[in-house]
Design a protein around this ligand. Sequence first.
Ligand SMILES: C[S@@+](CC[C@H](N)C(=O)[O-])C[C@H]1O[C@@H](n2cnc3c(N)ncnc32)[C@H](O)[C@@H]1O
Length: 266
Amino acid sequence: MGSAVLRAAHVREDPPPWILEDTRSEQLLSEEERRPILEEIASWPPEVAAAFRLSHAVRTRLAEDLAVEGIGDGRDRYVLLGAGLDSFAWRHPQAGALEVVEVDHPATQAWKRRRLAERGLDEPANVRFVPLDLARSPLDAPELRVASTLSWLGVTMYLERGAVHAVLGAIARAPRGTTLVVNFLLAEDGLLEPARLVRATSRRTVARAGEPIRSTYTRGECEELLAGAGFTSIEVLDAESLAGRYCSGRPDLRLPATTVVAVARV
Ligand SMILES: C[S@@+](CC[C@H](N)C(=O)[O-])C[C@H]1O[C@@H](n2cnc3c(N)ncnc32)[C@H](O)[C@@H]1O
């Protein structure tokens, strides 16, 4: 729910052109669900709130760009691991050209499907839902039988390292061309201000929400983890390289140096 509100906040509070225009996810929330999240965000220092809404927009935009790039390039399936309230299938003009597979914790997914129905948002014919607890069950092989673009955003930090390793290993055994976009939280020790303030804020917020941070990594550990899982091409994008890609000429938009997003290919 927080990710949905932050993506919409990018459109509400940052000047256009937007990196990602997603107000659809937030529409799944009721006013009672949305209000405490907005109050929580309003209690953060303004630069922290700005950093969070931008990082959520950028990570999703990167995954969607790679998914669309895959159309006609042998990757016609877009698999979202821990999809949450992602709205790609209901919003993106090219979504219909892809088979979209939403994998998520059974509780989250059941809630989303109920809410979609209540909002009158049909499940498009090209979307498939797979309920799966990634901390307990291995990623199902059938989902990985064809080369796909996989998005695994905002999830690794809530899993122990062993579970993250197991999921990466399963993806790395998928057919050649499979492309994964995954983000990791950087270890707190290596963070400087203002990233430290951003991390302290998120640690407090997610712990209060009952979903504590379980794993963080150094940049080198991210590379080792992906190489050890068996990916052949690994690009780890930090705040600076993501800003170069999506925020050039926008000194008003500042990404936090608290996470990295990796693009790993089989
Ligand atoms: C912060 S949300 C991110 C959602 C979405 N990827 C995004 O970027 O907006 C975290 C997601 O991870 C999922 N998740 C957390 N633990 C999980 C588990 N053990 N198995 C499957 N999904 C899990 C939650 O259900 C939720 O959808």
